[in-house]
Design a protein around this ligand. Structure first.
Ligand code: SF4
Length: 379
């Protein structure tokens, strides 16, 4: 029996961290044996919020691909490609955009939430305001800006409003509104039947299913499978500062970090604040170091750490050293595979070329069928 087709993608954000390793990548690796997997580096999606910073995209694609391959995403089992190498996806996206009411996109719950969240993040980082004296602009922290004199605040509250409006214009683009539709085109172009998603992505998949039904209803032809969700909750992986591990918070331990970097980051990691000295009983259940131990250390080290942290006989310095050793040895084969691959740029180019050829053939077939259904090509 042929395997079901699974489609998934990742934005090229550069080197991946251990949160990706424990979440998506580990899952993708397992799924390769059960499904006919199409894994896409979705660079167009990177433009939806980052269209002003495109200079990093080529390097980010390469770095991410190296992480995928060294973590076991296998081009002999899966089709690996860059989204923008498949122009058929863009054409299908255009065709689908003709039949999708804008209200469907506006009501996707993540649209407004993400817009507000992105706006909050950007406004919290920096406010772009003119100098008091001159017309030159200065970038200052919002906190600084709020500490200035009352008059200054009053003047600048108007400018903050203007900055907010301009940030909103920067973020609320046509591409950002349409990105769930582009996701739909990604899936439908290769006739994906199964899509691994987290709970927060379910509305996007439901939208894809609605679009399929609408296409079939309008053009009286059942062309696409209605993609099913494969619910795969990524664990919440804390960063070294306790917030969610994320590139934008600079709190990640990267899959490709060398041993000395891992040791440095583990030393900086926040532990149970109530455990100050060796001898103090600790709470492993709230400690970031213990979280990593659970995934990266072997037994019996995990259970010993839990017991000895609670009874106070283990100090955080020693516990962190143990974790560094576990992380370094667990990531060593991945790092070595990555180093070997990075010295072979022709192999990387070939993997992407072969993947794109396969994905293009599949997507072209789908596109031709869609255009025939829409009478854009003769039947
Ligand atoms: S001993 Fe280990 S688990 Fe316990 S608080 Fe310190 S670092 Fe965390």
């Amino acid at each position: 029996m042929p395997k079901k087709r699974l489609m998934s993608g990742m934005r090229p954000t550069g080197k991946l961290h251990i949160g990706h390793y424990l979440g998506a990548l580990g899952n993708w690796k397992k799924l390769q044996d059960e499904y006919d997997c199409f894994y896409s580096i979705v660079d167009w999606h990177a433009l939806t919020t980052g269209y002003r910073q495109t200079e990093e995209i080529p390097d980010n694609i390469r770095e991410m691909l190296l992480d995928w391959l060294s973590c076991g995403i296998n081009p002999d089992k899966s089709t690996i490609y860059v989204q923008s190498h498949i122009p058929q996806i863009a054409e299908l996206h255009l065709l689908l955009s003709m039949i999708v009411p804008t209200a469907w996109l506006e009501r996707v719950p993540t649209y407004k939430d993400q817009l507000q969240e992105l706006l909050k993040q950007r406004m919290a980082q920096k406010v772009h305001i003119p100098d008091k004296e001159g017309s030159d602009s200065t970038l200052i922290d919002q906190a600084d800006f709020l500490n200035k004199s009352g008059e200054y605040i009053q003047q600048h509250s108007l400018r903050e409003e203007a900055a907010k409006r301009s940030e909103m214009e920067y973020l609320a683009t046509y591409g950002f509104l349409g990105y769930p539709l582009l996701q739909t085109a990604d899936i439908l172009a290769v006739k994906g039947e199964v899509v691994p998603v987290g709970q927060d992505q379910l509305p996007h998949l439901e939208l894809a299913r609605e679009i399929v039904r609408r296409f079939h209803f309008i053009f009286k032809k059942n062309l696409f499978p209605e993609p099913e969700s494969l619910l795969s909750e990524a664990p919440f992986v804390p960063g070294i500062d306790g917030r969610k591990m994320s590139k934008s918070y600079s709190n990640g331990i990267f899959i490709s970090d060398p041993p000395e970097e891992i040791q440095k980051k583990v030393k900086q990691t926040i532990t149970d604040p109530q455990k100050i000295h060796k001898g103090d009983p600790g709470r492993p259940e709230i400690c970031n170091i213990f979280f990593y131990h659970r995934f990266f250390s072997p037994e019996p080290l995990v259970s010993e750490t839990e017991k000895n942290c609670k009874n106070g006989s283990l100090g955080c310095v020693e516990c962190k050293k143990n974790l560094s050793n576990s992380l370094i040895s667990k990531l060593a084969p991945i790092r070595e595979a990555r180093e070997t691959l990075s010295k072979d740029p022709n192999r990387i180019t070939k993997i992407l070329k072969d993947g794109a050829e396969k994905a293009r053939i599949t997507a072209q077939k789908t596109l031709t069928e869609a255009k025939r259904s829409m009478r854009l090509l003769p039947l």
